[in-house]
Design a protein around this ligand. Structure first.
Ligand SMILES: Nc1ncnc2c1ncn2[C@@H]1O[C@H](COP(=O)(O)OP(=O)(O)OP(=O)(O)O)[C@@H](O)[C@H]1O
Ligand SMILES: C[C@H](N)[C@H](N)CCCCCC(=O)O
Ligand SMILES: [Mg+2]
Length: 233
């Protein structure tokens, strides 16, 4: 199977493991000799670069997984839209007197995707581009648009990340049904084990897998990207 050129990492919710999974996938693909660019184009709850807390930001975690240092240039190239308030991006932007345009976000992502030759066309020179979404699938990103509109416009296949907390099954199935209704190809689902959950993550993964056609895999706490999905990306 040809390697995927680009993938959107969507969440069934926020704080669910998208960055953890994207970083694990980045390391996994790089270990296989693949070149990877991991992007978090839009991020809220991001401290200033010179704040020690920046080390815990999605941007810093994704740069580290790519083997890149944190500099003004690498941060800007990974996450051009950063807002400090830990809120939905439209609200976080408003707190700073700023506004985000979906057209500008889509154009920036499209340019980054166009600047990367497809792996199957360019061999070792090609890069796989991973785009982490923000919040849940339909979290607001501008006054009018949600993350689903962003994904729709990019036309990328999705990897859905969910948790294993009580309620995660419904959150995941709702997101999967929404992706299906919008014609977004679903490459797979990762159940990233929640810190506190009443059942093993395998129970959650089984409950989702019985109801959908795409593959579902578990990522245990602290573990690497699941083998069952790595071969599909
Ligand atoms: N499988 C896992 N093993 C260990 N820690 C995990 C795992 N999944 C998630 N976490 C931790 O849970 C927290 C939330 O995960 P993460 O930051 O990846 O969520 P997110 O979906 O990217 O959130 P956001 O919506 O803010 O982008 C982080 O501290 C992360 O390290
Ligand atoms: C601050 C947080 N970690 C994310 N960056 C933003 C989550 C926005 C969620 C909005 C919502 O869907 O209600
Ligand atoms: Mg994240």
């Amino acid at each position: 199977m040809a390697a995927l050129r680009a993938l959107f990492i969507a969440g069934a919710g926020t704080e669910i493991g998208k960055t953890y999974v994207t970083a694990a996938l980045t390391r996994r693909l790089r270990d296989q000799g693949r070149a990877v660019t991991a992007l978090k184009p839009l991020a809220s709850g991001v401290p200033a670069i010179d704040d020690p807390a920046f080390a815990d930001s999605d941007t810093a975690i994704l740069l580290a997984a790519q083997g890149l240092p944190v500099t003004a240039e690498t941060v800007e190239a990974c996450s051009p839209w950063r807002f400090s308030a830990p809120l939905a991006p439209d609200q976080a932007a408003a707190r700073e007197g700023r506004a985000l345009s979906l057209d500008a976000l889509v154009a920036w992502c499209a340019a980054r995707l166009a600047s990367h030759p497809a792996p199957e066309d360019e061999g070792a020179d090609g890069k796989t581009v991973l785009v982490e979404g923000v919040g849940g699938l339909m979290s607001p990103i501008t006054a009018d648009a949600t993350g689903l509109d962003w994904l729709d416009r990019l036309g990328l296949p999705a990897l859905l990340v969910t948790g294993s907390y009580l309620g995660a099954i419904s959150h995941a199935l709702t997101a999967i049904e929404t992706l299906r209704a919008h014609g977004v190809p679903l490459v797979g689902v990762v159940v990233s084990e929640s810190a506190s959950a009443p059942t093993p993550p395998e129970t959650v993964a089984d409950a989702i897998a019985r109801r959908i056609a795409a593959p579902v895999a578990v990522l245990h706490r602290g573990a690497g990207f699941p083998d069952a999905l790595a071969g599909l990306i």
